[in-house]
Every structure is written in structure tokens, then in C-alpha cells.
Design a binder for this molecule. Structure first.
Ligand code: ATP
Length: 456
């Protein structure tokens, strides 16, 4: 056998081992029968040490993309940089349920937890496989000292940036540490990076890659943005008085329940203002709907209780929430997401509606729209944008004014399928002159019937 044949054989058997190790974790640790989307390609490439950018719709299963290689590596620690404590808590407890050594280091960690983690990191063979951490903590000098020691001993498996669009969205303003994470690649060049997000336009993707100094040979996995089981619809309030608008939402939800033979569906109603959430939840309760408010003006204990009751469908079916009810919400059978008013960006709208129908069953996404509300949001967004431009630092790359304009166009559109508009916003090329392509996007799952009937 020639040398090149031998090399090819070694490479093949290495690939087969990587595939077998990952599959073993998928089935034996997470008890799943098969991969979803491009999970297989992603986890195998990760285990081979590539830098990776994953863009995949909400609910695709991005977490397993970094959890599987972290466990399959059998050695070393994967650091998961995550923006929210609730998100970390949720993921760590799920991992522990599967018997995985995972921990979170943040402002809520007890001193006992901290010292346990610190001594594990300092040991010759750390047992922690995944450590969730905030970008702020990652940047502290004391933590960087621990990282350098681990790096010199070859114990860092990977850095993972979950919800990586925050680099673009937040890094310019109040969470500046997000933008400083480029130091990871500079100080620890041999550690691969994986960045994951559900909603990133080409500009935001570029911003993430540049900011993290990711390798020019990085692999990018972009899943189709279409969520074909979601029915998108735009509605208008006939009367601009809040009580009348609340009544419209209540009657919509009660109609859904009637149509399902009296069985109440689980859902979310998003509103921009806390006061609206409180008043709407109260109105819905008086209309016989088990609703609760969720926003940062409530205590953590109340928020935790609402989340648990909603997840278990015990006394709470509908959460009336601000964007605080966000990342990490993973309830499979959320049957509707209603936007009581216009969210602040197209990305926000996509992420929030993406919390419906994670089990793949048909679910509704209703946006209540009015010109007056659109003008209000546009003003708000351009004020924030101007403030960001005046700050030191790079240009805001999320292009907020363009994003909100795209959402307004989406709401006012009466001729193109809403699924197509969403996918085009994120840069997918959709050839609507091809009937098969058209049907694959628009299977009568939106209110723009004209698109369907005129073209088909
Ligand atoms: N291969 C698989 N087979 C079956 N279920 C899976 C698989 N991968 C992930 N899931 C399930 O899909 C759900 C969504 O996963 P996950 O929370 O990772 O999604 P996500 O893509 O991160 O969504 P988001 O962007 O909203 O956080 C979870 O309940 C998870 O257990």
C-alpha cells in the first residue's frame, strides 16, 4: 500500500471514530434516535477541531451542536458564553439530568459552587465538561489567569458563543464585553470557536466572524429559515382603546379554545410595555383565560413561578410578556405567539414567533399592527440608533432602522407570502417563479392568500 493510501485509510478510520463517538453521545446520553437538520455535520466537524458558525432557526436544536462534541471529547472543558442567567440555569439542569458534568459561573453562583468549580479547573484532570459563563466574567483578570493555565495544559476543548447575534446587537451599548471577546482567539489561538445564532443577516454574520477573529477557514452552516408549521397572520385593531384591544385578544384566544373543543392552548402574548402586560393579563383572567404577566418589574420569585406554571400548564396557559420572556424558553407545544404591538426589530419578531410550534405541529403567529404604532416604534428605534452612533466604537451593525422598516413592510405587504419575506430578509434566495419552490415555502400557512391563489 502506498503512503498516500495509508494516509487516506488513517483519515477514514479517524472520521469513522469521530462519527461513532458523536452518535454514541446523541443516543446514549441524550436519548435521541437521530440527528436534526445539519447537527451531524456540525458535531463531527467540531470534534475535528474546526471553527464553526451555526445559523439555525429557533427550536432546531442548536444546543446539542456544542454539547455533543463537548462530551464526546471525553477530556477538557467547553466554555459556553451565554448572555442570560436563566438560560444557563436551564441548560445546566437539563445536562445534569442526563448525567453530564456541567456548571455555571455567574453572579448567582454560591461561594460553595464557585470554590468547587475553581478547584476542579485547577486539578490535573478537570471533570467539568461544560462550563457556562457570562462574557463579563470571562473578561476578568482572575478568570483569564485560570484560562491561561488550562490552555497551557491543553484542557480547553472549545469556546462557544451562544446567541452570538448579541455581539452585534448588544456589544455596542450596554454589554460591551460581548465585543471584546476577540481576545479569545488572540490569546488562545489553538482553541476552536463555535458561534451559534437563530437570526443573523449576512452583515451580522460577518460582524460575528470578524469580531471573534474566527479562522478564515471556518465552516458556516446556515439552515433554512423557514418554519413551515407556523401560520403567520397580521391583524388590525378596529378600535384603538386599550380595553377594546384587550377584548379583541381575549376573544381571539377564547375562539381558539372553542375550536379545540374547549381545550385551552398554551401561548405567549408579547407587548412592549410592562403596564400593558399587567393590564392584559388581568383582562384575560377576567375573560376566563389562565394568564400571567411576565416582565422585569416583577420579583425573580414571581417570574420563576410563572415560568414553571406555564411550562407545566398548571394554572397558567398564557404569558403576557415583554422581551424579558425570551431566550431559553423551550416549551414544545406553545400553540400561539401573539404580538399585541410591533416588536423593535425584524430579528426580534422572528425569534419571538419562533417560540411557537417547536414540536413541529401547526401553530399561530399573530401580529396586531397599526400605522400609529409603527410610527411610534420607528421614532424609538431611530432615537436609540442615533445614541449608539454617538458612542465611541464601531458602527452599529444591526442596522436597526432598516430592520424595523423591513418589519413594517412585512406587516403592510398584501401580495407575497410571509414565509418568503422572512427568508428573504435573512438573505435566502427564493425563486417564486418555480412552483415547487413556492409550494415548499407557502403551503397556505399565512394570511396572504392572494400570493397562493394568484400564482398557483
Ligand atoms: N436530534 C434531536 N432529536 C430530537 N429532539 C431534538 C434533537 N435535537 C434537539 N432536540 C430538541 O429540540 C428542542 C430545541 O432544542 P434547542 O433548545 O437546542 O433549540 P435551539 O435551536 O437552541 O432554539 P433557540 O434558538 O430557541 O434557543 C429541545 O427540546 C431539544 O431536546
Amino acid at each position: 500500500m502506498s503512503t498516500s493510501d495509508k494516509k487516506a485509510r488513517v483519515a477514514r478510520s479517524k472520521k469513522a471514530k469521530v462519527a461513532a463517538d458523536c452518535y454514541d453521545v446523541l443516543t446514549n446520553v441524550f436519548e435521541k434516535t437521530h440527528y436534526k437538520g445539519q447537527q451531524q455535520e456540525i458535531v463531527e466537524a467540531a470534534l475535528e477541531g474546526e471553527d464553526i458558525l451555526v445559523v439555525a432557526p429557533t427550536g432546531m436544536g442548536k444546543s446539542l451542536c456544542f454539547q455533543i462534541p463537548a462530551i464526546a471529547a471525553k477530556n477538557g472543558i467547553t466554555f459556553v458564553i451565554s448572555p442570560l442567567l436563566a438560560l444557563m440555569k436551564n441548560q445546566v439542569s437539563r445536562l445534569r439530568d442526563h448525567g453530564v458534568r456541567a456548571a455555571a459561573l455567574n453572579s448567582e453562583s454560591s461561594s460553595e459552587e464557585r470554590s468547587e468549580i475553581t478547584s476542579d479547573l485547577a486539578s490535573s484532570n478537570p471533570q467539568t465538561r461544560l462550563l457556562y459563563i457570562t462574557p463579563e466574567k470571562m473578561g476578568t483578570p482572575s478568570f483569564q489567569l485560570s484560562l491561561s493555565k488550562l490552555y497551557n495544559r491543553g484542557k480547553i476543548t472549545r469556546f462557544v458563543l451562544d446567541e452570538a447575534h448579541c455581539i452585534s446587537e448588544w456589544g455596542h451599548s450596554f454589554r460591551i464585553d460581548y465585543r471584546n471577546l476577540g481576545f479569545l482567539k488572540k490569546k488562545y489561538p489553538l482553541v476552536p470557536i463555535m458561534a451559534l445564532t437563530a437570526s443573523a443577516t449576512a452583515i451580522v454574520r460577518e460582524d460575528i466572524i470578524t469580531n471573534l477573529n474566527m479562522s478564515p477557514s471556518l465552516l458556516t452552516f446556515i439552515h433554512p429559515f423557514n418554519r413551515e408549521n407556523l401560520f403567520y397572520e397580521v391583524q388590525y385593531f378596529k378600535n384603538p382603546q386599550p380595553q377594546s384591544q384587550y377584548a379583541t385578544v381575549a376573544s381571539y384566544i377564547n375562539n381558539l379554545t372553542r375550536r379545540k373543543g374547549g381545550e385551552a392552548s398554551t401561548g405567549i402574548v408579547y407587548a412592549r410595555r410592562r403596564e400593558t402586560c399587567d393590564q392584559l393579563a388581568e383582562f384575560l383572567r377576567r375573560s376566563g383565560i389562565a394568564a400571567r404577566a411576565y416582565h422585569r418589574g416583577l420579583s425573580n420569585a414571581e417570574l420563576d413561578q410563572t415560568l414553571t406554571e406555564w411550562e407545566n400548564e398548571d394554572q397558567c396557559k398564557v404569558v403576557c410578556a415583554t422581551v424579558a420572556f425570551g431566550m431559553g424558553i423551550d416549551k414544545a407545544n406553545c400553540r400561539f405567539v401573539i404580538h399585541y404591538d410591533l416588536p423593535g426589530s425584524f430579528e426580534g419578531f422572528y425569534q419571538e414567533t419562533g417560540r411557537a410550534g417547536r414540536d413541529g405541529s401547526a401553530s399561530k403567529c399573530i401580529l396586531y399592527y397599526s400605522r400609529e404604532d409603527a410610527i411610534r416604534v420607528q421614532k424609538l428605534v431611530s432615537r436609540n440608533h442615533a445614541a449608539r452612533e454617538q458612542n465611541d466604537g464601531p458602527e452599529p451593525s444591526q442596522r436597526a432602522p432598516e430592520s424595523i422598516q423591513a418589519l413594517i413592510n412585512f406587516a403592510e405587504n398584501t401580495s407575497v407570502c410571509r414565509h418568503v419575506l422572512i427568508c428573504r430578509y435573512f438573505g435566502e434566495v427564493v425563486d417564486t417563479s418555480d412552483e415547487d419552490v413556492r409550494k415548499s415555502y407557502c403551503n397556505q400557512m399565512c394570511d396572504v392568500r392572494r400570493f397562493f391563489f394568484i400564482l398557483v
